[in-house]
Design a protein around this ligand. Structure first.
Ligand code: KDG
Length: 317
């Protein structure tokens, strides 16, 4: 039995060194990344047992993804497929004003055909938390149904369901995302949503405390966490709103910051923390992730404790 089971696509990530442009790069660094496995890794770094479910091509590329994730200590419980490809993304890194650029090459990936019945659903039903994101249903109509079925199965088994809204504008329009994701809301206990996504996709503007409260009461979530990047996060639970500032950090790589935050939040909640304490650890984990290249938050518990203990580093609360 795992504390947390996640489901989604993990891609190969190819990035030119430094600030090189993709169109002229002569080398590409290979890593792996995907929101749901990033969350599993972050949670496992804090002591949770974590499994990632997916469908992966039986190919050297698929094996690369799975073996790398296993090397980070999470269980990769995958359906190996003879059809479909390994999803890939290219990442150009640059400072402002260019910013970083993501190019997806993930159509017809093996996971896009994954059905709930291909997996051991008891794994989800025996877990304490089942987690997926709004990226998964954006990948195919099959995955829309699979995501809904997995959330339903989790609930039937008494497993807490957690979901990061994670709107990806390169995968679908705000209207499509709103229509699909709000249909999933009744099956979700813990919602994590960026204030930016609430604005773009749900059309909800304004104060993040009111936003968290409004989402929480309107859709019957147990917990809502609204993330605000460098402005921190707001958590709504038991009708009470808690505010958490962001920790100062020297950013080496922002990719995966939100996943590090969510993985830590879930792991600390599973450990018995109340929402404000879990938010504090999540914010510290997010800051530490930004100092680490790659998608995964390869943070130690001692590092996290040290950052939280140095309370003076917080820029706002
Ligand atoms: O959250 C980080 C993710 O964006 C990255 O790991 C890639 O999962 C990914 C996606 O679909 O964008």
């Amino acid at each position: 039995m795992s504390d947390i089971v996640t489901f989604g696509e993990t891609m190969l990530r190819l990035s030119p060194p430094g600030n090189e442009r993709l169109e002229s790069a002569t080398e590409l660094e290979v890593r792996v990344g995907g929101a749901e496995s990033n969350v599993a890794i972050a949670a496992s770094r804090l002591g949770a047992t974590a499994a990632w479910l997916s469908k992966v091509p039986e190919s050297p590329l698929g094996r690369r993804v799975v073996s790398e994730l296993r090397s980070y200590g999470i269980e990769a419980d995958v359906v190996w497929s003879r059809h479909g490809r390994q999803g890939t993304y290219y990442l150009e890194n640059a400072g402002e004003p260019r910013g970083s650029n993501v190019v997806y090459d993930r159509e017809n990936s093996a996971v896009s055909t994954a059905k709930a019945q291909e997996f051991d659903i008891e794994r989800i039903q025996n877990a304490r938390v089942f987690f997926t994101t709004g990226i998964t249903p954006a990948l195919s109509t099959t995955l829309r149904e699979t995501t809904a079925n997995m959330l339903k199965a989790a609930r039937q088994g008494g497993t807490t369901t957690a979901f990061d809204f994670n709107y990806r504008r390169k995968l679908w329009s705000p209207e499509e995302a709103r229509e699909t994701l709000t249909q999933l809301f009744p099956g979700i206990d813990v919602l994590v949503i960026a204030a930016r996504d609430a604005r773009t996709v749900l059309g909800i503007e304004g104060d993040p405390r009111q936003l968290a409260h409004r989402l929480g009461s309107q859709f019957d979530f147990t917990t809502v966490v609204v993330t605000r990047g460098s402005e921190g996060a707001v958590g709504w639970h038991d009708s009470v709103v808690h505010e958490q500032g962001a920790y100062e950090t020297d950013t080496v790589s922002p990719v995966g910051t939100g996943d590090a935050f969510t993985g830590a939040f879930l792991a600390r909640r599973l450990d018995g923390d109340d929402v404000p304490t879990a938010l504090e650890y999540a914010a510290a984990m997010a800051a530490l992730k930004r100092t680490i290249p790659g998608d995964a938050a390869l943070v130690t518990r001692d590092e996290l404790e040290a950052v939280v203990a140095e309370d003076g580093q917080q820029i706002s609360r």
